[in-house]
Write a protein that binds this ligand. Structure first.
Ligand code: HEM
Length: 422
Protein backbone atom coordinates (compact mmCIF):
# COMPACT_ATOMS: atom_id res chain seq x y z
CA UNK A 1 0.00 0.00 0.00
CA UNK A 2 1.29 3.40 -0.71
CA UNK A 3 0.75 6.70 0.97
CA UNK A 4 2.06 9.43 -1.35
CA UNK A 5 4.45 6.94 -2.87
CA UNK A 6 5.76 5.51 0.39
CA UNK A 7 4.93 2.00 1.51
CA UNK A 8 3.32 1.83 4.97
CA UNK A 9 5.95 -0.62 6.13
CA UNK A 10 8.77 1.76 5.23
CA UNK A 11 6.90 4.65 6.76
CA UNK A 12 6.40 2.76 10.00
CA UNK A 13 10.17 2.31 10.19
CA UNK A 14 10.93 6.01 10.15
CA UNK A 15 10.03 9.01 8.05
CA UNK A 16 13.45 10.51 8.76
CA UNK A 17 15.22 7.45 7.34
CA UNK A 18 13.22 7.79 4.13
CA UNK A 19 13.61 11.56 3.87
CA UNK A 20 12.42 14.06 1.28
CA UNK A 21 9.29 16.07 0.67
CA UNK A 22 6.98 13.05 0.42
CA UNK A 23 8.15 11.57 3.76
CA UNK A 24 7.55 14.96 5.34
CA UNK A 25 4.10 15.27 3.75
CA UNK A 26 3.16 11.77 4.89
CA UNK A 27 4.36 12.59 8.39
CA UNK A 28 2.18 15.72 8.49
CA UNK A 29 -0.82 13.78 7.07
CA UNK A 30 -0.44 11.20 9.72
CA UNK A 31 0.36 13.18 12.85
CA UNK A 32 -0.81 16.71 11.93
CA UNK A 33 1.64 19.53 11.66
CA UNK A 34 3.95 20.21 14.59
CA UNK A 35 4.18 23.73 15.96
CA UNK A 36 7.73 23.90 17.17
CA UNK A 37 8.75 26.83 19.38
CA UNK A 38 9.94 29.78 17.27
CA UNK A 39 13.57 30.83 17.19
CA UNK A 40 15.30 34.05 17.99
CA UNK A 41 17.81 36.65 16.83
CA UNK A 42 20.86 34.55 15.82
CA UNK A 43 23.15 37.11 17.49
CA UNK A 44 21.81 36.00 20.88
CA UNK A 45 22.80 32.33 20.42
CA UNK A 46 25.90 30.80 22.04
CA UNK A 47 29.25 31.39 20.29
CA UNK A 48 29.86 27.64 20.32
CA UNK A 49 27.94 25.65 17.74
CA UNK A 50 28.22 22.61 20.00
CA UNK A 51 26.58 24.39 22.96
CA UNK A 52 23.50 22.18 23.00
CA UNK A 53 23.17 21.19 26.67
CA UNK A 54 21.26 24.29 27.81
CA UNK A 55 18.58 23.44 25.24
CA UNK A 56 18.32 19.75 26.15
CA UNK A 57 15.84 18.37 28.68
CA UNK A 58 17.25 16.36 31.58
CA UNK A 59 16.10 12.96 32.84
CA UNK A 60 15.04 12.37 36.44
CA UNK A 61 18.64 12.00 37.60
CA UNK A 62 19.70 15.21 35.85
CA UNK A 63 21.52 13.81 32.78
CA UNK A 64 21.03 15.87 29.61
CA UNK A 65 19.05 13.89 27.05
CA UNK A 66 19.94 14.16 23.34
CA UNK A 67 17.31 14.89 20.66
CA UNK A 68 15.35 11.86 19.42
CA UNK A 69 15.87 12.36 15.65
CA UNK A 70 19.04 13.06 13.68
CA UNK A 71 20.10 13.70 10.10
CA UNK A 72 23.72 13.90 8.95
CA UNK A 73 24.34 15.43 5.53
CA UNK A 74 27.78 14.91 4.03
CA UNK A 75 28.24 17.85 1.68
CA UNK A 76 30.65 18.94 -1.03
CA UNK A 77 31.41 22.59 -1.74
CA UNK A 78 30.46 23.04 -5.37
CA UNK A 79 33.31 25.38 -6.32
CA UNK A 80 37.05 24.90 -6.55
CA UNK A 81 39.53 27.08 -4.73
CA UNK A 82 38.87 29.48 -1.87
CA UNK A 83 35.18 30.10 -1.13
CA UNK A 84 33.68 33.36 -2.33
CA UNK A 85 32.15 35.97 -0.05
CA UNK A 86 28.88 35.44 -1.85
CA UNK A 87 28.77 31.75 -1.02
CA UNK A 88 29.67 32.49 2.60
CA UNK A 89 26.81 34.96 2.82
CA UNK A 90 24.39 32.45 1.31
CA UNK A 91 25.31 29.78 3.88
CA UNK A 92 25.10 32.34 6.69
CA UNK A 93 21.66 33.53 5.55
CA UNK A 94 20.33 29.99 5.26
CA UNK A 95 21.49 29.03 8.77
CA UNK A 96 20.25 32.30 10.28
CA UNK A 97 16.84 31.56 8.78
CA UNK A 98 16.72 28.21 10.59
CA UNK A 99 17.76 29.89 13.85
CA UNK A 100 14.97 32.44 13.49
CA UNK A 101 12.46 29.71 12.64
CA UNK A 102 13.22 27.24 15.45
CA UNK A 103 14.20 27.63 19.09
CA UNK A 104 17.70 26.35 19.89
CA UNK A 105 16.43 23.44 21.95
CA UNK A 106 15.37 19.80 21.64
CA UNK A 107 11.71 20.46 20.73
CA UNK A 108 12.97 23.08 18.24
CA UNK A 109 16.17 22.47 16.28
CA UNK A 110 19.88 22.26 17.04
CA UNK A 111 22.56 21.80 14.42
CA UNK A 112 26.28 22.05 13.68
CA UNK A 113 28.21 22.54 10.44
CA UNK A 114 31.76 21.20 10.33
CA UNK A 115 34.62 20.89 7.82
CA UNK A 116 36.93 18.01 6.90
CA UNK A 117 40.65 17.79 6.13
CA UNK A 118 39.61 17.50 2.44
CA UNK A 119 37.93 20.93 2.62
CA UNK A 120 41.06 22.61 4.01
CA UNK A 121 43.24 21.18 1.22
CA UNK A 122 42.03 24.03 -1.03
CA UNK A 123 43.96 26.48 1.15
CA UNK A 124 47.18 24.46 0.98
CA UNK A 125 47.48 24.66 4.73
CA UNK A 126 45.98 23.10 7.83
CA UNK A 127 43.39 24.95 9.88
CA UNK A 128 45.21 27.36 12.19
CA UNK A 129 45.80 26.07 15.70
CA UNK A 130 43.81 22.83 15.31
CA UNK A 131 45.26 19.46 14.30
CA UNK A 132 42.78 17.85 11.89
CA UNK A 133 44.17 14.49 10.72
CA UNK A 134 42.60 12.45 7.94
CA UNK A 135 40.60 9.52 9.31
CA UNK A 136 42.47 6.21 9.52
CA UNK A 137 41.91 2.69 10.84
CA UNK A 138 42.28 2.70 14.62
CA UNK A 139 42.57 -1.01 15.38
CA UNK A 140 44.37 -3.96 13.78
CA UNK A 141 40.99 -5.66 13.21
CA UNK A 142 39.23 -2.83 11.34
CA UNK A 143 39.38 -1.51 7.80
CA UNK A 144 37.01 1.46 7.60
CA UNK A 145 36.35 3.56 4.49
CA UNK A 146 37.41 7.14 5.10
CA UNK A 147 34.66 9.75 4.67
CA UNK A 148 35.93 12.61 2.52
CA UNK A 149 33.13 15.15 2.00
CA UNK A 150 34.06 18.83 2.44
CA UNK A 151 31.50 19.52 5.11
CA UNK A 152 29.07 17.82 7.45
CA UNK A 153 25.76 19.13 8.73
CA UNK A 154 24.19 17.53 11.80
CA UNK A 155 20.50 18.33 12.34
CA UNK A 156 18.78 17.25 15.56
CA UNK A 157 15.27 17.61 16.95
CA UNK A 158 12.75 15.69 19.03
CA UNK A 159 10.35 16.07 16.10
CA UNK A 160 10.80 14.09 12.89
CA UNK A 161 8.95 16.83 11.00
CA UNK A 162 11.41 19.47 12.14
CA UNK A 163 14.58 17.71 10.95
CA UNK A 164 12.86 16.81 7.66
CA UNK A 165 11.54 20.34 7.06
CA UNK A 166 14.87 21.97 7.96
CA UNK A 167 16.66 19.61 5.56
CA UNK A 168 14.22 20.30 2.74
CA UNK A 169 14.53 24.06 3.33
CA UNK A 170 18.34 23.93 3.21
CA UNK A 171 18.15 21.96 -0.03
CA UNK A 172 16.00 24.72 -1.53
CA UNK A 173 12.85 22.57 -1.68
CA UNK A 174 10.80 24.70 0.75
CA UNK A 175 10.41 28.43 0.99
CA UNK A 176 9.46 28.57 4.63
CA UNK A 177 9.69 26.51 7.80
CA UNK A 178 7.69 26.89 11.01
CA UNK A 179 6.01 29.97 9.46
CA UNK A 180 9.37 31.67 8.84
CA UNK A 181 10.61 32.45 5.36
CA UNK A 182 14.01 31.11 4.32
CA UNK A 183 16.26 34.00 3.18
CA UNK A 184 18.50 31.49 1.36
CA UNK A 185 19.31 27.79 0.94
CA UNK A 186 22.44 25.72 0.25
CA UNK A 187 21.41 25.37 -3.40
CA UNK A 188 24.38 26.03 -5.71
CA UNK A 189 26.86 26.06 -2.81
CA UNK A 190 26.72 22.57 -1.31
CA UNK A 191 25.78 19.30 -3.00
CA UNK A 192 24.94 16.13 -1.09
CA UNK A 193 27.46 13.30 -1.05
CA UNK A 194 25.69 11.13 1.49
CA UNK A 195 22.74 11.25 3.86
CA UNK A 196 22.64 9.35 7.16
CA UNK A 197 19.92 9.23 9.75
CA UNK A 198 19.19 7.93 13.19
CA UNK A 199 17.38 8.08 16.49
CA UNK A 200 18.01 7.66 20.20
CA UNK A 201 15.71 7.53 23.20
CA UNK A 202 13.52 5.13 25.15
CA UNK A 203 11.24 3.15 22.83
CA UNK A 204 12.72 4.14 19.48
CA UNK A 205 15.18 1.22 19.12
CA UNK A 206 12.43 -1.31 19.96
CA UNK A 207 10.12 0.33 17.39
CA UNK A 208 12.83 0.17 14.72
CA UNK A 209 14.31 -3.27 15.37
CA UNK A 210 12.99 -5.09 12.27
CA UNK A 211 16.39 -4.83 10.53
CA UNK A 212 19.45 -6.95 9.74
CA UNK A 213 21.70 -7.49 12.72
CA UNK A 214 18.88 -7.94 15.22
CA UNK A 215 17.30 -11.37 15.80
CA UNK A 216 13.74 -11.91 14.50
CA UNK A 217 12.58 -12.50 18.08
CA UNK A 218 12.70 -8.68 18.45
CA UNK A 219 14.62 -8.77 21.73
CA UNK A 220 15.37 -5.04 22.16
CA UNK A 221 13.77 -3.96 25.48
CA UNK A 222 10.75 -1.64 25.09
CA UNK A 223 12.37 1.11 27.16
CA UNK A 224 15.93 0.85 25.82
CA UNK A 225 17.33 4.10 24.39
CA UNK A 226 19.85 2.20 22.20
CA UNK A 227 19.77 -1.15 20.34
CA UNK A 228 22.19 -2.82 22.76
CA UNK A 229 19.69 -2.35 25.56
CA UNK A 230 21.46 0.04 27.92
CA UNK A 231 21.39 3.72 28.67
CA UNK A 232 24.46 5.70 27.71
CA UNK A 233 25.63 9.25 28.29
CA UNK A 234 25.56 9.66 32.07
CA UNK A 235 26.66 13.14 33.07
CA UNK A 236 29.75 12.03 35.00
CA UNK A 237 30.84 9.77 32.13
CA UNK A 238 30.93 12.53 29.56
CA UNK A 239 33.39 15.32 28.89
CA UNK A 240 31.76 18.73 29.41
CA UNK A 241 31.05 21.09 26.50
CA UNK A 242 33.56 23.41 28.09
CA UNK A 243 36.37 20.89 28.24
CA UNK A 244 35.99 19.83 24.58
CA UNK A 245 36.16 23.44 23.34
CA UNK A 246 39.23 24.62 21.43
CA UNK A 247 40.82 27.07 23.87
CA UNK A 248 43.10 29.25 21.75
CA UNK A 249 43.80 30.43 18.22
CA UNK A 250 41.35 31.73 15.61
CA UNK A 251 39.11 28.66 15.97
CA UNK A 252 38.78 29.00 19.75
CA UNK A 253 35.20 28.34 20.72
CA UNK A 254 35.09 25.50 18.20
CA UNK A 255 35.64 21.77 18.72
CA UNK A 256 36.51 18.67 16.70
CA UNK A 257 34.06 15.97 15.72
CA UNK A 258 34.70 12.33 14.97
CA UNK A 259 32.00 10.35 13.19
CA UNK A 260 32.11 6.61 12.63
CA UNK A 261 29.48 4.34 11.23
CA UNK A 262 29.37 1.14 13.26
CA UNK A 263 27.42 -1.87 12.06
CA UNK A 264 25.89 -3.94 14.83
CA UNK A 265 25.45 -7.73 14.87
CA UNK A 266 23.41 -8.61 17.95
CA UNK A 267 22.49 -12.25 17.36
CA UNK A 268 24.79 -13.67 20.03
CA UNK A 269 24.31 -10.63 22.28
CA UNK A 270 20.62 -11.34 22.66
CA UNK A 271 20.33 -15.07 21.94
CA UNK A 272 23.36 -16.63 23.65
CA UNK A 273 24.77 -14.15 26.13
CA UNK A 274 23.05 -13.99 29.52
CA UNK A 275 22.06 -10.71 31.12
CA UNK A 276 25.07 -11.14 33.41
CA UNK A 277 27.39 -11.43 30.41
CA UNK A 278 25.82 -8.39 28.76
CA UNK A 279 26.33 -6.29 31.89
CA UNK A 280 29.93 -7.58 32.22
CA UNK A 281 30.75 -6.76 28.62
CA UNK A 282 29.04 -3.37 28.46
CA UNK A 283 29.94 -2.06 31.93
CA UNK A 284 32.32 -4.30 33.91
CA UNK A 285 32.32 -7.77 35.49
CA UNK A 286 32.09 -6.31 39.03
CA UNK A 287 28.83 -4.57 38.04
CA UNK A 288 27.44 -7.95 36.99
CA UNK A 289 28.64 -9.72 40.18
CA UNK A 290 27.11 -7.01 42.36
CA UNK A 291 23.93 -6.76 40.22
CA UNK A 292 24.48 -3.01 40.01
CA UNK A 293 22.54 -2.45 36.79
CA UNK A 294 18.74 -2.68 36.79
CA UNK A 295 16.92 -2.80 33.45
CA UNK A 296 18.47 -0.35 31.02
CA UNK A 297 20.49 1.27 33.82
CA UNK A 298 18.42 4.29 34.85
CA UNK A 299 19.17 3.32 38.47
CA UNK A 300 22.82 4.29 38.00
CA UNK A 301 21.81 7.95 38.34
CA UNK A 302 24.43 10.27 36.89
CA UNK A 303 27.46 7.94 36.99
CA UNK A 304 27.87 4.48 35.48
CA UNK A 305 30.49 3.67 38.12
CA UNK A 306 32.98 2.68 35.43
CA UNK A 307 35.67 4.83 37.06
CA UNK A 308 35.94 2.39 39.98
CA UNK A 309 36.21 -0.60 37.64
CA UNK A 310 38.94 0.99 35.58
CA UNK A 311 41.84 0.25 37.91
CA UNK A 312 43.88 -2.89 37.28
CA UNK A 313 41.83 -3.84 34.22
CA UNK A 314 44.44 -6.37 33.10
CA UNK A 315 44.52 -8.12 36.50
CA UNK A 316 40.77 -8.13 36.81
CA UNK A 317 40.35 -9.44 33.27
CA UNK A 318 42.77 -12.25 34.03
CA UNK A 319 40.55 -13.29 36.93
CA UNK A 320 37.20 -12.73 35.25
CA UNK A 321 37.98 -13.73 31.64
CA UNK A 322 36.09 -10.70 30.38
CA UNK A 323 36.68 -6.94 30.17
CA UNK A 324 33.92 -4.33 30.15
CA UNK A 325 33.49 -1.61 27.50
CA UNK A 326 32.92 1.23 29.99
CA UNK A 327 35.63 -0.23 32.24
CA UNK A 328 38.25 -0.08 29.48
CA UNK A 329 37.25 3.32 28.06
CA UNK A 330 37.23 4.86 31.55
CA UNK A 331 41.03 4.51 31.48
CA UNK A 332 41.09 7.45 29.06
CA UNK A 333 40.39 10.26 31.52
CA UNK A 334 42.08 13.57 32.34
CA UNK A 335 43.83 14.62 35.58
CA UNK A 336 40.49 15.43 37.19
CA UNK A 337 39.13 11.96 36.38
CA UNK A 338 36.79 13.28 33.65
CA UNK A 339 36.32 11.54 30.30
CA UNK A 340 37.91 13.45 27.40
CA UNK A 341 35.24 12.95 24.73
CA UNK A 342 31.60 14.10 24.66
CA UNK A 343 29.51 11.36 23.03
CA UNK A 344 26.45 12.31 20.99
CA UNK A 345 25.90 8.99 19.22
CA UNK A 346 22.63 7.55 17.97
CA UNK A 347 21.28 4.36 16.42
CA UNK A 348 20.53 3.88 12.75
CA UNK A 349 18.61 1.63 10.37
CA UNK A 350 20.29 3.08 7.26
CA UNK A 351 20.51 0.43 4.56
CA UNK A 352 18.11 -1.81 6.51
CA UNK A 353 20.91 -2.65 8.98
CA UNK A 354 21.20 -2.11 12.69
CA UNK A 355 23.94 0.43 13.21
CA UNK A 356 25.17 3.31 15.25
CA UNK A 357 26.48 6.66 14.13
CA UNK A 358 29.18 7.22 16.73
CA UNK A 359 29.53 10.99 16.91
CA UNK A 360 31.87 12.44 19.50
CA UNK A 361 33.23 15.90 20.28
CA UNK A 362 36.66 16.50 21.75
CA UNK A 363 39.18 19.31 21.98
CA UNK A 364 41.53 17.36 19.76
CA UNK A 365 41.09 14.28 17.56
CA UNK A 366 43.99 12.80 19.60
CA UNK A 367 41.58 12.57 22.54
CA UNK A 368 39.30 10.36 20.47
CA UNK A 369 42.22 8.23 19.30
CA UNK A 370 43.41 7.78 22.90
CA UNK A 371 39.92 6.76 24.04
CA UNK A 372 39.51 4.34 21.15
CA UNK A 373 42.88 2.81 21.94
CA UNK A 374 41.67 2.12 25.50
CA UNK A 375 38.48 0.62 24.08
CA UNK A 376 40.55 -1.71 21.85
CA UNK A 377 42.09 -3.12 25.01
CA UNK A 378 45.00 -4.64 23.10
CA UNK A 379 46.99 -4.67 26.37
CA UNK A 380 44.18 -6.57 28.07
CA UNK A 381 43.98 -9.13 25.25
CA UNK A 382 47.77 -9.58 25.21
CA UNK A 383 48.02 -10.16 28.93
CA UNK A 384 44.89 -12.13 29.82
CA UNK A 385 42.64 -14.81 28.41
CA UNK A 386 40.39 -12.14 26.88
CA UNK A 387 40.45 -12.28 23.07
CA UNK A 388 41.21 -9.45 20.66
CA UNK A 389 37.48 -9.06 20.18
CA UNK A 390 35.85 -11.95 22.06
CA UNK A 391 34.96 -11.15 25.70
CA UNK A 392 36.68 -7.82 25.08
CA UNK A 393 33.89 -5.35 25.83
CA UNK A 394 31.48 -5.00 22.90
CA UNK A 395 34.05 -5.30 20.09
CA UNK A 396 32.66 -8.64 18.97
CA UNK A 397 29.24 -7.17 18.21
CA UNK A 398 30.33 -4.22 16.10
CA UNK A 399 32.23 -3.44 12.93
CA UNK A 400 33.49 0.03 12.11
CA UNK A 401 32.65 0.66 8.47
CA UNK A 402 33.43 4.36 8.03
CA UNK A 403 35.33 7.10 9.81
CA UNK A 404 35.53 10.87 9.37
CA UNK A 405 37.15 13.78 11.24
CA UNK A 406 35.87 17.36 11.21
CA UNK A 407 36.48 20.80 12.68
CA UNK A 408 33.34 22.47 14.03
CA UNK A 409 34.29 26.16 13.98
CA UNK A 410 32.71 28.64 16.40
CA UNK A 411 29.34 29.92 15.15
CA UNK A 412 30.71 33.10 13.57
CA UNK A 413 33.14 31.07 11.41
CA UNK A 414 30.89 28.18 10.43
CA UNK A 415 30.13 29.40 6.88
CA UNK A 416 32.97 28.18 4.62
CA UNK A 417 35.80 29.35 6.90
CA UNK A 418 39.31 30.15 5.64
CA UNK A 419 42.11 27.96 7.03
CA UNK A 420 43.51 30.93 8.91
CA UNK A 421 40.74 33.34 9.85
CA UNK A 422 43.25 35.58 11.67
C1 HEM B 1 27.98 0.24 19.60
C2 HEM B 1 28.67 1.22 20.07
C3 HEM B 1 28.66 1.68 21.48
C4 HEM B 1 27.72 1.52 22.47
C5 HEM B 1 26.36 0.85 22.38
C6 HEM B 1 28.27 2.14 23.68
C7 HEM B 1 27.62 2.16 24.90
C8 HEM B 1 28.19 2.63 26.06
C9 HEM B 1 27.60 2.52 27.37
C10 HEM B 1 26.25 1.86 27.69
C11 HEM B 1 28.44 3.08 28.26
C12 HEM B 1 28.28 3.17 29.78
C13 HEM B 1 27.37 4.29 30.16
C14 HEM B 1 27.99 5.64 29.94
O1 HEM B 1 29.05 5.94 30.49
O2 HEM B 1 27.43 6.41 29.17
C15 HEM B 1 29.57 3.60 27.51
C16 HEM B 1 30.62 4.30 28.04
C17 HEM B 1 31.62 4.90 27.31
N1 HEM B 1 31.86 4.69 25.96
FE1 HEM B 1 30.72 3.62 24.69
N2 HEM B 1 29.50 2.66 23.38
C18 HEM B 1 29.77 2.41 22.07
C19 HEM B 1 30.92 2.75 21.38
C20 HEM B 1 31.91 3.56 21.88
C21 HEM B 1 33.02 4.07 21.12
C22 HEM B 1 33.30 3.79 19.64
C23 HEM B 1 33.75 4.86 21.97
C24 HEM B 1 35.00 5.65 21.67
C25 HEM B 1 36.13 5.16 21.35
C26 HEM B 1 33.09 4.84 23.25
C27 HEM B 1 33.51 5.55 24.36
C28 HEM B 1 32.93 5.47 25.61
C29 HEM B 1 33.39 6.24 26.75
C30 HEM B 1 34.52 7.27 26.77
C31 HEM B 1 32.58 5.87 27.82
C32 HEM B 1 32.65 6.41 29.25
C33 HEM B 1 33.86 5.93 29.99
C34 HEM B 1 34.02 6.61 31.33
O3 HEM B 1 33.15 6.46 32.18
O4 HEM B 1 35.05 7.28 31.47
N3 HEM B 1 31.99 4.05 23.16
N4 HEM B 1 29.40 3.29 26.19
Amino acid sequence: MTERGISRRDFAKSAVAIGGASALAACVDRFGSTDAPAGTDPATLPARQHAWDTGLPTDEAGNPRLEHHHVLLLLNYEHDGAPTGRDRQQVTDALHSLERAYAWQADGLQFTLGYSPAYFERFDRDPAGVALPKPTALAPFEDPEPDTPDAILHLASDHEQVVLAAEEALKGNRESVNDHEMAASFDGVFSEQDRRTGFVGAGLPAENQAVDGIPDSEPVPEDAPLFMGFKSGFKENQASENSVTVASGPFSGGTTQHLSFIRLQLQQWYEQDSREQRVSKMFCPAHADEEKVEGVGENLGTDSGAGECAEDVVDRSRREGVAGHAQKTARARDESESPIILRRDFDSTDGGQAGLHFLSLQRSIDDFVATKSMMNGTDVADESAVGQRVNNGILQYMRVERRGNYLLPPRDLRALPPADPA
